[in-house]
Design a binder for this molecule. Structure first.
Ligand SMILES: NC(=O)c1ccc[n+]([C@@H]2O[C@H](COP(=O)([O-])OP(=O)(O)OC[C@H]3O[C@@H](n4cnc5c(N)ncnc54)[C@H](OP(=O)(O)O)[C@@H]3O)[C@@H](O)[C@H]2O)c1
Length: 322
């Protein structure tokens, strides 16, 4: 591996890809290439103070073996086609689609929660899955409370911004009349729940390694540009006072506790790297119940930033093994 890794951003023209390029430029990476579909190949996109030529993400282009690390933010079917080719050519691949998240043997990683799992991929095909944009902030908050008092049950209601559905939906919201705004549930139905609700449960169980954790979700898309919020109700196995829970979260990595009269909002979360947590209070409807509210930037910690943090763990792992 070179001192400066050669990085390919696949899906570079999208909502997540654009933020990925911005974060890579901020972090000083300068061997970066941009890939997207044939629709935008040949165009130029900003990268720091410079521009990158967008290349077409074909299996041939990704299979050359001249890139150390690929960050994928394309849809699931494109990931299923392209990730194996890039991996076979020797690259580390961090995939933000749901192609690998729940497949046995593939690590699903939030560095603050289960970062060690990412390194296991170096023993096999170097593919690591990045979780759903609501699962990441939720597990950042659940993990330290679980370590202290044991999670008995989790209920969560989400309020997800339109940027979670991609650049086209952002464009639509930007041009919509306010009267057209409404709440939507724009996911696929799996029986009586959405695939987003099922993902939130299955991914949280996998990351926390609690396969039987009772967890139920109601997911809703709201007319907000950036920033997903979640109302969370926890039942703990051992009692924690509100002050104790607050102190645990204050000390948790990548979490910023806001005290009343401040509370988490999408606007405050947009552009921030931490998960904002507030409204921490007793849930009087449950024994050992704690209720809280969180907001996080779905394009940063919920997607691009988390993926770069995973990649940096792997790059360090490769360097340490040399
Ligand atoms: N948005 C979020 O908050 C979020 C969070 C976590 C995970 N994700 C996941 O990240 C992925 C991308 O999401 P997004 O919101 O960035 O979507 P998006 O704004 O619609 O962008 C999609 C990107 O993928 C490219 N692309 C589409 N089909 C392709 C193909 N067949 N080959 C190569 N490139 C292709 C597009 O290129 P063109 O410009 O050429 O069409 C564009 O760069 C999805 O899997 C999504 O589930 C998104």
């Amino acid at each position: 591996m070179h001192a400066q890794p050669k990085i390919g951003v696949v899906g570079a023209t999208g909502a997540v890809g654009t933020v990925t390029l911005g974060l890579l430029a901020e972090r000083g990476y300068d061997h970066v290439r941009a890939f997207a579909s044939g629709r935008s190949a040949g165009s130029r996109i900003p990268f720091g103070t410079d521009e990158l030529l967008v290349e077409e993400a074909t299996p041939e282009a990704l299979g050359v073996g001249d890139v150390d690390l690929f960050l994928f933010s394309v849809g699931t079917s494109a990931s299923r086609e392209l990730v194996p080719v890039a991996s076979a050519a020797g690259a580390i691949c961090i995939d933000k689609s749901s192609a690998y998240r729940l497949v046995d043997g593939y690590p699903l990683v939030v560095p603050e929660v289960n970062g060690g799992r990412a390194l296991e991929s170096l023993e096999r095909d170097r593919i690591v899955a990045n979780p759903n944009c609501c699962t990441i902030p939720l597990t950042c908050v659940l993990k330290p409370l679980h370590d202290e008092a044991g999670l008995g049950r989790v209920r969560v209601s989400t309020y997800q911004s339109v940027s979670g559905a991609g650049a086209q939906r952002m464009d639509t919201l930007a041009h919509e009349a306010p009267a057209d705004h409404d709440l939507v549930m724009d996911w696929t139905w799996e029986g009586d729940e959405s695939d987003e609700e099922a993902k939130l449960r299955a991914e949280t169980r996998k990351i926390l390694e609690l396969p039987d954790l009772p967890i139920s979700a109601t997911c809703v898309r709201v007319p907000v540009m950036i920033g997903h919020s979640e109302a969370v109700w926890l039942e703990l196995e051992r009692p924690l006072t509100v002050d104790e829970a607050t102190e645990i979260l204050r000390n948790a990595p990548s979490v910023r506790v806001l005290d009343l009269p401040s509370f988490p909002t999408p606007a405050a979360a947009a552009g921030a790297d931490e998960v904002l947590v507030g409204r921490i209070r007793r849930d009087t409807a449950a024994e050992n119940g704690i209720a809280l509210y969180l907001s996080s930037d779905n394009l940063r910690k919920g997607a691009a930033l988390n993926a770069i943090q995973i990649a940096e763990l792997l790059l360090e792992g490769v360097a340490a093994a040399r």
